[in-house]
Design a protein around this ligand. Structure first.
Ligand code: J2J
Length: 549
């Protein structure tokens, strides 16, 4: 059984195979090709796993899962943070042909429920260290709502007995010490390479979270090509300090790219300099992927008295949100390494500045698409291509850009052109020589320092409040984060920000989505057709901030 998804048309699929982009290998080959290597694959706190050990653990978990009765073609809801178990679980599931969605560790009830609703999981894999899974209430409630769930594996759980639905130890499933497993021999097999391997999370711009089906073929290409363009080799030591599940630190080239090349991934659970600098020194990290606010924090923490040894660092990737030219220009001198800008999206397209680009392109542009067969156009509102230097809508199709959100036919009508181009919602400008500059955004999303928030999702939650009549969730500029969020609220009775934040958290929403500011108004501005005029709102808020009101 395979997961239904919108395929690439045959002519394009043939072209992608002929040109060597799709090589019909499962993503699991990324690690199995190094199964005999004793080189270090992952550093996670005090633990270091060689490729051989990583592969052994993946195999044991895969076998445990199949002997627990999980079937190929079923789906899994996974929530693990930046720990070695994240990759062990990812590859074990893929090895069995079980299709996971990896929720971010910051996600809470509403996000997990939305993903479960979309995929109908048979399996939940999570961590006792997460607030929701610290006791047994939440997974029980989840199971009541989604009766397909028949196994729950928790990292940090002590029980190794496998009776019924009660949670069992993920750690024991990985080290092969689960009790009561059926003893049949089962050979795991991944889904075919042209089929869905896993679901990636969309940053979203609609009321409900969206999932992106990624096939082995398309994701594998995006990883292999990224490895080439970023100069990754077996000598690369990559610091993964952004959420491991996010598309950027997973695949651009991310941890999977490093594994492909036989290098080493050093995990950090937070991009804060206090956490990362000692790891860079201790493990001689050569490459790191950051979002702009983290770069600012890193820069601020470098003082004359505090000069950590960052000499091993060769490449700093920065992406996920707009990078100010001035900060870009300071990177090489400040950190003694090269800067690479990355403009990507979980839906597919990734642009890089190249390692041999001149300073101007590195600091003033977000690079250009990684594949010669990425068809990228900048168009006006009628879909007509615009000349270089004119800002417009970025649309794209190509060998690793998806063709439709999972189970979202209505939204897909808007998200794609008739020719199957994905309408990214980004406003970009193309230079004469084909580099892209991100200049704005049309989608209703807030980019809070790289973390994406679909405005409508939070507006819908706030509208559940008895005293809220109308609300618009918009971005406000912020020096460090680039953007922060502001909920502009029309209320029936006087409300206060703190209780509203608490109320939202109790509903169960990721912390980064909780409004940074609340503004209470009598009415919201409207456009000529009677929709809330967010542009006008943002301008008023901006002006208010600038004048200090
Ligand atoms: C401005 N905006 C950017 C950049 C992404 C690599 C890198 C990033 C992502 C990512 C990713 C930007 N400057 N350099 O998946 O593989 C904004 C755009 C884009 C959206 C996608 C990868 N880099 N953005 O950030 O799916 O608006 O992926 O459409 O989270 O982030 O967000 P996301």
């Amino acid at each position: 059984m395979t997961i239904p998804f919108i395929h690439w048309p045959d002519d394009l699929a043939n072209r992608y195979r002929e040109r060597g982009y799709w090589i019909d290998r499962p993503l699991t080959d990324i690690v199995t090709q190094h199964a005999d290597s004793d080189a270090c694959a992952v550093v996670c706190d005090e633990r270091q796993l060689s490729y051989r050990e990583l592969n052994q653990r993946i195999d044991t978990l895969a076998s445990s899962l199949l002997r627990l009765g999980i079937q190929p073609g079923q789906t899994a809801l996974v929530q693990l943070g930046n720990v070695a178990e994240f990759y062990i679980t990812f590859f074990a599931l893929l090895k069995c042909g079980i299709v996971p969605v990896n929720a971010l560790f910051s996600h809470q009830k509403t996000e997990l429920a939305a993903y479960a609703e979309l995929i109908g999981p048979s399996l939940v894999i999570a961590d006792r260290a997460h607030r929701l899974f610290a006791d047994d209430d939440y997974w029980r409630a989840l199971r009541d709502d989604f009766p397909h769930i028949n196994r729950v594996l928790l990292r940090g759980e002590s029980s190794t007995r496998t009776a019924g639905i009660a949670p069992i130890s993920l750690d024991a499933a990985i080290d092969g010490s689960l009790e009561g497993l059926v003893s049949r021999e089962v050979t795991p097999a991944p889904t075919p390479a042209g089929e869905v391997a896993f679901f990636q999370l969309s940053g979203g711009s609609t009321g409900t979270p969206k999932l992106i089906p990624r096939t082995h073929n398309d994701y594998d290409y995006s990883i292999r090509r990224s490895v080439e363009l970023c100069g990754v080799s077996a000598a690369t030591r990559f610091l993964c300090a952004l959420p491991a599940a996010h598309n950027y630190p997973l695949s651009s080239p991310g941890a999977l790219g490093i594994f492909h090349a036989g290098g080493c991934v050093v995990l950090a659970d937070d991009p804060a300099p206090q956490r990362c600098f000692p790891l860079i020194e201790r493990h001689q990290v050569t490459m790191v992927a950051l979002v702009p606010p983290a770069v600012t924090l890193w820069e601020q923490s470098l003082t004359v008295e505090n000069r950590p040894q960052l000499d091993s660092l060769e490449l700093m990737q920065i992406g996920g949100a707009r990078l100010a030219v001035s900060l870009a220009e300071r990177v090489p001198t400040c950190f003694g390494c090269q800067l690479q800008q990355v403009f990507g999206m979980a839906e597919g397209l990734v642009n890089y500045t190249r390692l041999d680009d001149d300073d101007w392109h590195r600091t003033h542009t977000q690079g250009y698409p990684m594949c010669p067969d990425d068809e990228v156009f900048v168009v006006d509102t009628d879909g007509q291509p615009l000349p270089a230097g004119t800002p417009g809508h970025l649309i794209v199709r190509g060998p690793y850009t998806f063709r439709g959100y999972y189970r979202a036919p209505i939204h897909n009508e808007f998200a794609f052109t008739d020719e199957g181009f994905y309408v990214s919602g980004d406003i970009v400008e193309m230079t004469e020589d084909g580099y892209l500059k991100v200049v704005g955004r049309e989608k209703d999303q807030i980019n809070r320092g790289g973390e994406k928030i679909a405005a409508e999702e939070i507006e819908n939650l706030l509208l559940r409040h008895d005293d809220i009549i109308e609300v618009a969730f918009v971005s406000v500029p912020d020096d460090v984060m680039g953007e922060k969020s502001c909920a502009v609220v029309v209320a029936r009775t006087p409300l206060k920000a703190a209780p509203l934040r608490r109320w939202l958290r109790e509903l169960g929403v990721a912390d980064y989505k909780v409004p940074d500011r609340f503004q209470f108004v009598d009415a919201l501005p409207q456009t000529a057709v009677g929709k809330i005029d967010k542009r006008a709102l943002r301008e008023t808020l901006h002006a208010g901030l600038a004048s200090g009101t």
